[in-house]
Design a protein around this ligand. Structure first.
Ligand code: NAD
Length: 379
């Protein structure tokens, strides 16, 4: 006998759709789950648009004010898929209303907000999770397994990039629908909170905590028309950010992100070099994990490209037959499946608000370091 897990979705943009797809798929592919997501209500400010979304994706009802959604007794969990400046306010109100919270990343606008959110959710005892979904791409989960098994030995280097090219035109406005990422008042920061936060979350998960950072940022286009005012206003997000860091385990990190790498749409790559072995992964080829093991027989030694699609690879026994790959959207299905499995047992599922706060602290240290042009301790 399954039990309903009633979702109230706030925001119906990119992530609203990615999460809704996951809620719809999870019960079919993870039939062992006791709880099944029910699309109870979708919420956004325009009744017409949110109704169209609800009709298309199968939500039972709509709300145009998230506070009304939180008052409803038929909602178990709220899913926060709105710009970053709303995460704290909605989370704190949701905690007051006793709702489970699934919040998009980054957790908050800054560490101070994140700490307040963590303290409140932990005091409440409510289940919570933040959508750092790349951990649950099967190839990345396999990387975690190999590292935890000690296959790489001592880790020396961690390298990650997240490159895009969509903001190069100076005619692109800032603010408003779709372009809130260019407005620091809505986003908090630019590529650091938007893209590097993903790289940092994966890095902490795979390689442990980050001790200190030395960063540089650049804002290539200093003024853009603001969609709300129609006036040219200064831009205060970081268009590009690179940083060096030390990990707690003594390894060195090198991270780069930009929205000005012509030709790259979402190139998230990572490489880890250990004493015995190295691994590399690329979002554009997300079902493959590259692996080099120095302990292999000399003449045959070389980089192997593992097609992460066999039944004994993470999550893959839930999908098709061995050899057939899955994609980006499945990382969200896996995250919902893991969350519901944990919820069933009363166990927290990572990344929680607390885990996401660690990433937030690194992001803040990166921005502080760039501003002050010096090495900065995390937290
Ligand atoms: N996990 C990931 O890989 C990933 C990817 C993209 C975005 N995100 C995060 O998800 C969040 C949303 O990003 P997105 O790309 O979906 O944005 P989006 O612009 O596509 O959608 C934002 C939604 O928020 C709604 N909204 C804005 N203000 C609102 C309010 N006051 N009340 C109700 N609804 C409101 C808008 O109507 C829209 O539906 C951000 O925090 C972002 O950082 C995460």
């Amino acid at each position: 006998m399954t039990k309903p897990f009633n979702i109230g979705m706030i925001g119906y943009g990119f992530m609203g759709r990615a999460h809704t797809n996951a809620y719809k798929r999870v019960g079919d592919f993870f039939p062992e789950l006791e709880y099944r997501p029910v699309l109870k209500a979708a919420c956004a400010r325009s009744a017409e648009s949110v109704q169209a979304f609800a009709d298309q994706w199968g939500y039972e009802s709509i709300e145009t004010d998230w506070r009304k959604l939180l008052e409803r007794d038929d909602i178990d969990a709220v899913d926060i898929c709105v710009p970053n400046n709303l995460h704290k306010e909605i989370s704190l109100a949701a905690i007051d209303a006793g709702k489970i919270i699934l919040c998009e990343k980054p957790l908050a606008m800054d560490t101070a907000e994140g700490e307040e959110m963590c303290a409140a959710v932990e005091k409440s005892g409510l289940a919570n999770m933040v959508w750092y979904n790349y951990r649950r791409v099967p190839a990345v989960s396999l990387a975690k397994k190999l590292i935890d098994e000690g296959k790489l030995g001592r880790i020396f280097h961690y390298r990650a990039n997240f490159l895009q090219d969509w903001t190069i035109s100076e005619d692109l406005p800032q603010g408003g629908a779709g372009l809130w990422r260019l407005d620091a008042a809505a986003a908090g920061s630019g590529v650091t909170g938007d893209l590097l936060a993903h790289c940092i979350d994966t890095a902490i998960w795979l390689n442990g905590g980050i001790t200190d950072v030395s960063a540089m940022t650049e804002t290539f286009i200093k003024e853009r028309v603001h969609s709300d005012t129609g006036e040219k206003q200064s831009v205060s997000i970081d268009d590009a950010c690179s940083f060096l860091c030390h990990f707690d385990n003594g390894s060195l990190g090198l991270f780069e992100s930009t929205r000005y790498a012509r030709g790259h749409k979402a190139l998230y790559t990572l490489e880890i070099n250990g004493e015995h072995a190295s691994i590399a992964w690329d979002l554009h080829d997300l079902h493959r994990l590259s692996y080099f093991d120095h302990r292999d027989e000399g003449a045959l030694r070389g980089w192997r490209s593992i097609h992460v699609s066999d039944g004994d690879h993470p999550y893959m026994d839930h999908w098709w037959v061995p050899g057939l790959q899955i994609g980006y959207e499945h990382s969200f299905v896996h995250q919902v499946a893991d969350f519901l499995a944990g919820y069933e047992k009363g166990e927290a599922v990572s990344p929680t608000f607390r885990d996401a706060l660690e990433t937030q602290k690194v992001c803040d240290a990166v921005l502080d370091s760039a501003r002050e042009r010096k090495w900065t301790d995390v937290g």
